[in-house]
Design a protein around this ligand. Structure first.
Ligand SMILES: [Zn+2]
Length: 127
């Protein structure tokens, strides 16, 4: 018991304020398998919606943000572009695109203009 308490204390000191990016495989909604364990992911509303997008299931992600204890991670706000897909040597931004209206958004859902479902569009750059 005592050893476990000491360990968790050490863990919180070790991870507290740690802002190193993490990489792993997304399991929707909002779990990242890092190879050494699983991190529960948090974020703002659009980020949470992206992390729950079934089209991203099983993709490798690179997340910037902050560790929350040993088993959690808070992804940075959507405007900081903290979430990217790792594909080979490339890092891709997660965007959503309406072909009809040529409108790009950063969370899944229907187009704000025509109300059609937007398509997942992974991009190397955002213009
Ligand atoms: Zn549209």
């Amino acid at each position: 018991m005592r050893r476990r308490a000491l360990f968790s204390l050490f863990g919180s000191v070790l991870w507290g304020g740690d802002t190193a990016p993490v990489e792993g495989v997304l399991r929707v909604p909002a779990v990242l398998e890092t190879g050494t364990g699983a991190l529960k992911l948090e974020g703002d509303q659009p980020t949470t919606e992206v992390l729950a997008d079934k089209r991203l299931e099983g993709m490798k992600l690179r997340l910037e943000g902050e560790r929350l204890g040993a088993e959690g991670f808070r992804v940075g706000p959507i405007h900081t572009r903290a979430l990217r897909v790792v594909r080979g040597a490339k890092l891709l931004f997660v965007t959503y695109w309406c072909d009809v209206c040529s409108i790009r958004t950063y969370a899944p859902g229907v187009c704000m203009c025509c109300q059609d479902e937007t398509a997942l569009d992974l991009r190397e750059t955002i213009t």
